[in-house]
Design a protein around this ligand. Structure first.
Ligand code: SER
Length: 591
């Protein structure tokens, strides 16, 4: 069946069974607790909680839809055979109407009769401390002739809540075989029975509670792309009719993974823009920007003269979806694409200028371009042309690793040479006075990192740091500008810890043990077998900050003096840079 037949058949099947067909809602949800629409049930949340009345709004207690959805959780996986950002979700819903028996029987009928493929197996909920095992679903499946019924737990077959609270409940899932002989999950039937007063994370950690829902009901979701893959018996999602046009239009010189990324991201971009998202450094805008910039890098890496290749596939995407989603406007998409591309290429320009000056771009030179100008490997390879003929990804990675080892090898004192008393790559001091200041600033950056995490969340991770007697520069991953209020809170927290005059100590322990302490460390770095964990506090357990580090540090946080953040700015995509100074030090010398 073509994907457009599947969409039509699904909605017709449920119309015949008394469902009102409700159009897809926007990718920008009404629900402020989520950034984007990730499931069909989102627009129906209020019918389960009793805030709205389905009979009044749809003339029925049952609805069905084909919902535009977008999930960022799998974004790094896109490029393999089945992960996507944007997708369409087919779903049928009951708000206090039918329940398990009908929903399972209809799903069985739709898959085996309408789509005409066998069900490999199904899963049911095995039960937990708070929710009993789903015996009822087992019986229903059994009576339908399904024999392979597997039991799973909370992690796999308990859905929701979406966002910070909402309806949730146990599920039963249907698996079918694809052309590669793998069983993939295609339909998720949720029995919405509970209201959870916290997020899913809170529920899993025991910090949220379940109460019976006002209106229990059914929420099902089936990815159209996966179903098309089963129906059309293709080996990957990208060979279904939903993607084959786009993928085939990309140049043959492009590798399969890049083609998939471009096809997925271009489609996601078209839908996000059409629902009103604009590229920016914030929230949804940042997600869109990420998609667009990744496509731009892929275009460069394609080793092809057609550097505007995504423009060729946008019309195919819009043409394919326009009759189902008339909001897709090609002019707006082109306009946003051109603007973002021009902006991104401008930031790359300096790096490209530097690249032009180099006659042979080897691994080390490429790494330097990456490090100093943020030029991605793909662009260096592409733009370097023959001069980068010997540049390879493995060698580039090796440079990356070597560099990290050098810059983090620990304290290396250098007398003579370039005249520095201390040079760890990160800390530099030329005399004893500078060494004292740099040491205070160094401890301050540990407190800063923790305070940033307290205020902005766990997304913050050190991305680099450079400390001289004048100031500390600290780079960290974070997707948007930090507001002045947030910076003030960060500063306040750091200075509170300074005022507490906590001891700053270290323990030296085996790497594996150190990782278990919860101490922060640079990711992907190669550490020795034994590492030092510095902590600010009386014991490691109650420490305010803990980090893998070579030192040096002050012995008490009070020695740092007052910490002031003097600047916050973007450093590179997704990385912020702050500068901080310390004043009123113990020796009375202002910095
Ligand atoms: N809400 C469930 C899901 O997203 C079923 O629709 O899988």
């Amino acid at each position: 069946m073509t994907s457009s037949d599947i969409r039509k058949e699904f909605l017709a099947f449920f119309t015949e069974r008394g469902h009102a067909i409700v159009p897809s809602s926007s990718l920008l949800p009404d629900d402020p607790s989520v950034l984007l629409t990730t499931a069909g049930m989102q627009q129906f949340k209020k019918y389960y909680t009793g805030e709205a009345d389905a009979l009044k709004d749809f003339g029925s207690l049952s609805a069905a839809s084909c919902q535009k959805s977008f999930r960022t959780s799998d974004i790094e996986e896109v490029g393999d055979e089945s992960h996507l950002t944007f997708f369409e979700m087919l779903g049928n819903f009951s708000f206090g109407g039918y329940f398990k028996k009908e929903s399972i029987a209809w799903a069985h009928e739709f898959i085996t009769k309408v789509i005409g493929v066998p069900i490999s197996y199904v899963t049911i909920f095995e039960g937990s401390a708070t929710v009993p095992k789903d015996e009822e679903s087992r019986k229903i499946w059994h009576n339908l002739g399904v024999t392979d019924i597997r039991e799973e737990g909370m992690d796999d077959v308990f859905w929701g809540p979406t966002g910070t609270s909402g309806p949730c409940g146990p599920t039963t899932e249907i698996y079918c075989r694809n052309a590669q002989g793998n069983d993939i999950e295609i339909w998720n039937i949720v029995f919405n029975q509970f209201f959870c007063d916290g997020s899913r994370e809170a529920l899993m950690s025991g910090d949220a509670h379940l109460a019976p829902l006002e209106t229990s009901g059914i929420d099902t979701g089936m990815g159209l792309e996966r179903l098309a893959m089963i129906s059309q018996q293709t080996r990957t999602i990208f060979e279904t009719d939903l993607f084959s046009n786009s993928v085939d239009a990309l140049p043959a010189s492009m590798d399969a993974r890049s083609k998939r990324i471009v096809a997925d991201h271009a489609r996601g971009m078209c839908f996000l823009i059409s629902d009103g998202v604009r590229p920016s450094n914030k929230e949804r805008g940042y997600i869109l920007r990420r998609l667009m910039r990744r496509i731009i890098v892929m275009e460069h890496g394609a080793g092809d003269q057609r550097i505007n290749l995504v423009k060729d596939i946008i019309p195919l995407i819009v043409g394919q979806y326009h009759s189902v989603y008339p909001d897709l406007h090609i002019d707006v998409i082109f306009d946003e694409w051109d603007k973002e591309k021009a902006k991104f290429l401008k930031t790359l320009k300096n790096g490209l200028k530097e690249l032009e000056k180099i006659s042979v771009i080897d691994d080390a030179a490429a790494f330097k371009l990456y490090e100093s100008y943020g030029l991605p490997y793909e662009i260096i390879k592409e733009m370097g042309g023959r001069r980068a003929a010997h540049l390879g990804h493995a060698g580039f990675q090796e440079e990356f690793r070597k560099h990290q080892e050098i810059s983090r090898a620990g304290v290396e004192k250098k007398f003579g040479g370039h005249g520095l008393l201390l040079d760890t790559g990160e800390l530099k001091a030329s005399d004893e006075r500078e060494l004292a200041v740099v040491t205070r600033l160094h401890t301050a950056t540990h407190l800063l990192q923790q305070a940033l995490r307290d205020v902005l969340g766990g997304e913050v991770k050190q991305a680099g740091s450079d400390i001289t007697a004048e100031r500390a520069r600290f780079d960290f991953s974070f997707h948007r500008k930090v507001t002045p209020d947030e910076l003030r809170s960060v500063e306040e927290r750091v200075n509170e810890v300074v005022a507490q005059d906590l001891p700053m100590r270290f323990i030296e322990i085996p790497l594996e043990e150190a990782q278990k302490t919860g101490a922060l460390f640079f990711f992907h770095e190669k550490y020795p077998e034994k590492v030092k964990v510095y902590f600010a506090g009386n014991t490691l357990d109650e420490a305010y900050s803990k980090e893998f580090c070579g030192g040096p540090h002050v012995t008490h946080t009070g020695q740092i003096g007052r910490v002031t953040i003097i600047k916050e700015e973007a450093c590179s995509a997704g990385v912020r840079r702050i500068r901080a100074v310390v004043s009123a030090p113990i020796d009375g010398q202002a910095v």
